[in-house]
Design a protein around this ligand. Structure first.
Ligand code: ASP
Length: 583
């Protein structure tokens, strides 16, 4: 037996006992002829005291950081206790030790506040994973997965694995492809999600399916994405939208209770996509704070201010309690909205001073009476600062949404320990892709229109008005899941493919299996998938999903530890009948 206890286990109750521990040397301290070592494993840290008697052995076998050792000794009460760690009342008076494996000095300190930079830590991820905070993230991930599984199991779902080597799945991103040696010149696609498989499982009668599964999308990795990520993927038969929302709201509530001890007694709020766009400027509203967008179009036009008169949208954000903003702060905010990422040409402000007077950057065009109207519309009170953006509709809405979030951040209203989930429902079925000059599915092509909008599918001029039975679950301004009620009739699915500009032949070639399956008794069905990495990072209070993935890739999609992707041997290429185009 290598050990009798772990390094996180011993307390005053064990004082006097002889124990054997095994682990890594975290720190080395010398006090005269006595040596103190901290021994670490997954469970904690225990202080070891090596008395003078062990010095000859230590001289012969010095212990350095990260050495793997086995020690035997007696649990002793410490004279100076460390209240910061659970084992802080005791130490081990070591009687003997054995080096199980020596270690090179690690390239960074294995501590919470390590001196290692990102790149270095990723290169030596196996050392990074030894750090407490990284380990806690992975433990949290495990617990979230376990809570989800427990809930789904108790609700009668079964976990069915689906293949990775498949054809393309059209979820909107590019596929990763894998050449097939046995089928020369042919390629598998890696699934962007198990979407079509879970639908086929419904046709097969497995009416409650789930899987915690890897998905692969070859996207540019802006904003904290990973080329391979994990979903909690679910599907149900004989359900309507309401059944799905209720089932998975319960799952999330269960997860919140298990992981954070937070009980949601009320139903999660719901908002239509149209409301989300109007009041928050995006489809994943952060409802931890108000400051909703206010459309001022009807109030501000035709007063001689060209910027507003020419604008498609004039929209305001009421920054609560910011009327004292200085000239400098306002200039800085104006620069902020002018950054290319935000893309506005300027910022208009109205200070609602605490004495009740109103002062704006457009006093030339709007008198105090008029500014009062704006203030009323924005539900502004003395002490508030109204920020107004104007310009092309889409860009202005997006900018206002960013400005709202930025002000929320600056005002400390986006507390990461506060959790505000909501459902966004009634998404449009289609969206117009300007670059491609065609309609694309907003969710994916298997999403059903609202029954009352099915007839509009025959009239392309109506595509923009069709709403879908699709929904997203949003947490603190981040989409953590989304799904839909599916099309389950061949005719309607064919109509959908046609609307997306797919010829009959192409639809048959790509999705013949699904269309065919719909002719053999497909039940009504629907589902949802949660971004598991993202959910974990939010529950763990972190911005980055990478912190919750054991072996993540960097922003260029590289695994810097493995140095992947990499070139392959000519022999392998020959077998695959692939010749490379040299750049
Ligand atoms: N497959 C979808 C996705 O990955 C989720 C779903 O519709 O269930 O977004």
């Amino acid at each position: 037996m290598y050990r009798t206890h772990t390094c996180g286990e011993l307390r005053m109750e064990q004082v006097g006992q002889e124990v054997t521990l095994a682990g890594w040397i975290q720190t080395v301290r010398k006090f005269g002829s006595i040596n103190f070592f901290d021994l670490r494993d997954r469970y904690g840290i225990t202080q070891l005291l090596f008395g003078e008697n062990l010095n000859p052995k230590l001289d012969a076998q010095p212990l350095g950081r990260e050495f793997v050792v086995q020690v035997t000794g007696v649990v002793t009460e410490r004279s100076s206790k460390n209240k910061n760690i659970p084992t802080g009342d005791i130490e081990i008076t070591v009687t003997d030790f054995k080096v199980l494996n020596a270690a090179k000095t690690p390239p960074f300190t294995i501590q919470d506040d390590t001196d290692g930079g990102d790149e270095l830590r990723m290169k030596y991820r196996f050392l990074d994973l030894r750090r407490n905070i990284v380990r806690q993230n992975l433990e949290l991930r495990y617990q979230v997965g376990r809570a989800a599984r427990n809930y789904l199991h108790s609700a009668g779902f079964i976990d069915v694995e689906t293949p990775f080597l498949i054809n393309s799945t059209p979820e909107g991103a590019r596929d990763f492809v894998v050449p097939s040696r046995m089928n020369p010149n042919q390629f598998y696609g890696l699934p962007q999600s198990p979407q079509t498989f879970k639908q086929l499982l419904m046709v097969s009668g497995y009416d409650r399916y789930y899987q915690i599964v890897k998905c692969f999308r070859d996207e540019d990795l802006r904003a904290d994405r990973q080329p391979e990520f994990t979903q909690i993927d679910c599907e149900m038969s004989f359900v309507e939208q309401e059944d799905i929302l209720s089932t998975f709201e319960h799952m999330l509530k269960h997860i919140f209770m298990e992981i954070k001890g937070i009980e949601f007694t009320e139903a999660f709020p719901r908002m239509t996509w149209a409301e989300a766009m109007e009041f928050y400027g995006n489809d994943k509203p952060d409802i931890r704070f108000e400051m909703k967008l206010v459309n001022l179009n009807d109030t501000v036009k035709a007063k001689g201010f060209k910027v507003f008169d020419d604008a498609e949208l004039v929209v305001a954000v009421n920054a609560k309690g910011c009327s004292e903003y200085t000239r400098k702060q306002l200039d800085e905010l104006t620069e902020w909205v002018k950054r290319p990422q935000i893309g506005m040409s300027g910022l208009v402000y109205v200070k609602y001073n605490t004495d009740g007077s109103l002062k704006s950057s457009v006093d030339k065009f709007f008198d105090e009476e008029q500014l009062k109207l704006w203030a009323q519309q924005c539900k502004a009170e003395p002490g508030d600062l109204i920020l107004v953006l104007a310009g092309k509709e889409e860009r202005t809405r997006k900018a206002a949404s960013e400005l709202r979030l930025e002000m929320g951040e600056r005002l400390g209203l986006r507390n990461k320990n506060e959790f505000k989930p909501l459902w966004v429902v009634d998404f449009p079925l289609f969206e117009y892709a300007e670059e491609e000059n065609r309609w694309v599915a907003r969710h994916h092509p298997f999403t059903s229109p609202k029954p009352e909008h099915i007839s509009l599918m025959d009239d392309p001029s109506q595509y923009g008005n069709i709403l879908a039975n699709a929904y997203d679950i949003v947490l603190n301004g981040t989409e953590v899941g989304g799904g839909s009620i599916r099309i389950f009739q061949r005719d309607l699915q064919q109509k959908m493919f046609a609307a997306l500009g797919m010829s009959k032949e192409e639809a048959e070639r790509k999705f013949g299996f699904l269309l065919g399956a719909f002719e053999y008794g497909a039940p009504p069905h629907g589902g949802i998938a949660f971004g598991f990495d993202r959910l974990c990072s939010l529950l763990g209070g972190s911005e980055s999903i990478r912190d919750f993935i054991a072996f993540p890739k960097n922003n260029s999609g590289r695994d810097v530890m493995l140095d992947a992707p990499s070139e392959i041997d000519q022999a392998q290429l020959n077998e695959l009948r692939i010749s490379l185009v040299k750049e």
